[in-house]
Ligand binder design. Structure first.
Ligand SMILES: NC(=O)c1ccc[n+]([C@@H]2O[C@H](COP(=O)([O-])OP(=O)(O)OC[C@H]3O[C@@H](n4cnc5c(N)ncnc54)[C@H](O)[C@@H]3O)[C@@H](O)[C@H]2O)c1
Ligand SMILES: O=C(O)C1=N[C@H](C(=O)O)CCC1
Length: 269
């Protein structure tokens, strides 16, 4: 147990935080050495095992990330953009691998994360599951094979607590489709249609977001042309798929040189 990489989970009380704690504990491949929550969270100062309704684990949740990261070989972070930027700098300072699952990151956040990746390993993906990362490759290939007579639309559905749209996964799929077409997504992205929008522009990549109930995450990539349609689909029914991918990334990163990586690197896709 002593030789296993030590992992800190940030956003420990969140939907993904709790799933990640369980995944690390059950893995036999890593040990939980810390848990971080925002200042003011009722979890701060509590044993995380007890906070999750079970036996004590001897890991006390803290709101001091630097103190927690100093003990870690990896930080797994599914929180919020401002927190993730702060954690990227602190994890780099501690030379810990930083696995980022947080979505909704804007250009200003991404620039700061890229700066931190000069000093430490950062693995970031809007979706850490094997299935979605395969779908990314398939989307790129199909888009490459078809011309702009085929309209590309990405339709995603998530639970009613999700705060960002389009989802990180939808943006990964959009990037893959744009890459397949040989265009920049920023030049062809069409999100949030409402009102008299005018007809669809040839070559655009459209995004639609559904929010409801407890949907874990569903993504369709639709290729529509006169007379036929292709739909590539991924359906997540259990958040464990994201947590397993994140732990795999944390372990994979242990012997890598500082830099920015994604799940395609981790999975060798
Ligand atoms: N990449 C993936 O595979 C994947 C999968 C699922 C969710 N996500 C993303 O992960 C993020 C979290 O999702 P969730 O459903 O767990 O949300 P959540 O709201 O349940 O959990 C987020 C947690 O982060 C904590 N947090 C916020 N700011 C913090 C700070 N400064 N310090 C410490 N903790 C802080 C919150 O208190 C909360 O407990 C979202 O961006 C979501 O889109 C990514
Ligand atoms: O529940 C979420 O939030 C999810 N976020 C990721 C995204 O934005 O794509 C992955 C799926 C679940």
């Amino acid at each position: 147990m002593g030789d296993l990489p030590g992992i800190v989970i940030t956003g420990a009380s969140g939907r993904m935080g709790q799933m990640l704690i369980r995944t690390v504990l059950e893995s036999g491949k890593a040990k939980l050495v810390g848990a971080v929550e925002r200042a003011g969270s009722p979890w701060v100062g509590r044993d995380v095992g007890e906070a999750m309704g079970g036996a004590a684990l001897g890991v006390i949740c803290t709101d001091d990330p630097l103190e927690a990261f100093a003990k870690a070989q990896a930080v797994i972070d599914f929180t919020a953009p401002a927190a993730t930027v702060e954690f990227a700098a602190l994890a780099a300072q501690a030379r810990a691998v930083h696995v980022i699952g947080t979505t909704g990151l804007e250009a200003e956040h991404l620039a700061k994360i890229a700066a931190a990746a000069h000093h430490a390993v950062i693995v970031r993906a809007g979706n850490m599951s094997l299935g979605v990362n395969l779908l990314v490759k398939l989307t790129q290939k199909v888009a490459q094979a078809l011309d702009a007579d085929w309209d590309i639309e990405i339709i995603e559905a998530h639970h009613n607590r999700k705060v960002d749209a389009p989802s990180g996964t939808a943006l990964m799929l959009g990037e893959a489709a744009a890459e397949g077409r040989g265009v920049a997504l920023a030049d062809v992205r069409d999100s949030g249609r409402d009102g008299i929008t005018g007809a669809r522009q040839r070559g655009d990549i459209g995004f639609s977001a559904i929010r409801g109930g407890d949907i874990v995450g569903e993504h369709d990539v639709l290729f529509a042309s006169p007379g036929e349609r292709i739909v590539l689909r991924h359906v997540a029914t259990d958040r464990a798929i994201f947590a397993r991918g994140a732990l795999k990334a944390a372990l994979w990163g242990q012997d890598k040189a500082p830099g920015a990586y994604d799940m395609l690197d981790v999975l060798g896709l």
